[in-house]
Design a protein around this ligand. Structure first.
Ligand code: ATP
Ligand code: MG
Ligand code: FE
Length: 341
């Protein structure tokens, strides 16, 4: 089967055509970095307008790249949340219109499920269940991925997401937007032992995360004037890695048998983080699987792939399915957290 995927939940407008044989027939991504850079972060209204202007021609171009028409597509999948609601609605409404016009099934994809299943698009050998570290701009979670739509959340952040911590620390260092990749580059020139920074929640029993204190410590280090920016960047990245490894090790001890340790989400593009997780997996005699960098940050191939997995199981959604600004992968765990955990 062939699924058209549409992504518009943040600041990437994207479309892709993916087959059940894991072939990405075509994919296009229009980034809005230029539009949002003057504001130092994503402006929801600007994002929604940009998605609305770009999406239709982008889908046409993606079909043309593959030499296909919509008739040859088996299903249309779009991100239905979580994310900035204006952008999500642009993508979802477009998918509904295409599904209605062509009489093809519509598949409403959870953006986080897109990230979570992307390693299976990249690697046919990855079977359920696997332990997933999902690290992105808005999320930092450890999930046991049991099947499509079946997630058990073992840990989450009690304040900031890791991508957010990278972006805010990068801003403090004057690295601009988006900051994660720039901070990683600067860290290569610094000494990770120079700046004493906290490792929040390290050693605690449940595999949760906290990055707000680390971010504030970066601000204080910068304001002290005692350290170079490169040393701060390297020390921040190392502190983040120490937390990730400690928390993931804890989760591995709790999750039962798994087939692999997997990382996904935009922060998974970070090579130092990938290296540290690979070593952790090796120490547990587990395969380590990380998608290629292009599948880590927001893209539509992962949405199309989640669509393929659902389509192959005979799943689709009604044309009145709603866009959701919030949509946890594990609603039970989310409810507990809402109660203060
Ligand atoms: P979510 O998926 O949680 O809704 P999002 O879609 O905005 O959030 P992604 O596109 O998955 O997030 O990831 C973007 C984040 O990844 C940004 O915070 C960015 O700084 C971070 N990031 C990207 N590359 C790197 C890198 N090399 N090192 C660290 N962080 C990175
Ligand atoms: Mg982006
Ligand atoms: Fe994302």
């Amino acid at each position: 089967s062939i699924v058209l995927g549409i992504e518009s939940s943040c600041d990437e407008t994207a479309a892709a055509l993916v087959t059940d044989g894991r072939v990405i027939l075509a994919q296009r991504i229009a980034s809005q970095d230029e539009e949002h850079r003057p504001f130092g972060g994503v402006v929801p209204e600007i994002a929604a307008r940009a998605h609305a202007e770009r999406l239709a021609p982008l889908i046409e171009a993606t079909l043309a790249d593959a030499g296909m028409t919509l008739d040859q597509v088996d299903a249309i999948a779009a991100t239905a949340g979580p994310g900035l609601i204006g952008g999500v609605m642009v993508g979802l409404v477009t998918a509904k219109a295409l599904a209605m016009a062509t009489d093809k099934p519509l598949i409403a994809v959870n953006h986080l499920e897109g990230h979570a299943l992307s390693p299976r698009l990249a690697d046919a050998s990855l079977a359920y269940p696997y332990l997933l570290l999902l690290v992105s701009g808005g999320h930092c979670q450890i999930l046991l991925v049991e099947d499509v739509g079946q997630f058990r959340r073992l840990g989450t952040t009690i304040d900031d997401a890791l991508g957010e911590a990278f972006d805010k620390s990068a801003k403090v260092l004057g690295l601009g937007y988006p900051g994660g990749p720039a901070l990683e580059r600067l860290a290569l020139q610094g000494d990770a032992k120079k700046v004493p920074l906290p490792r929040p929640l390290k050693g605690s029993a449940e595999p949760h995360f906290s990055f707000a204190g680390l971010k504030s410590a970066v601000l204080r280090a910068k304001q002290s004037g005692e350290y170079t920016d490169a040393d701060i960047a390297a020390s921040f990245q190392q502190a983040a890695i120490d937390c990730l490894i400690d928390r993931t090790r804890r989760a591995l001890a709790k999750c039962g048998p798994v087939n692999a340790l997997v990382v996904a989400g935009g922060v998974a593009a970070n090579k130092a983080i990938r290296g540290a997780l690979e070593a952790l997996a090796a120490s547990h005699s587990l395969p380590f699987i990380a998608p290629p960098l292009s599948l880590c940050t927001d893209n539509a191939a992962m949405i199309a792939w989640a669509g393929v997995e659902r389509f192959e199981r005979g799943q689709s959604d009604p044309l009145d399915v709603a866009a959701r600004p919030r949509w946890p992968l594990d609603p039970e765990a989310e409810a507990v957290r809402g109660a203060g955990v």
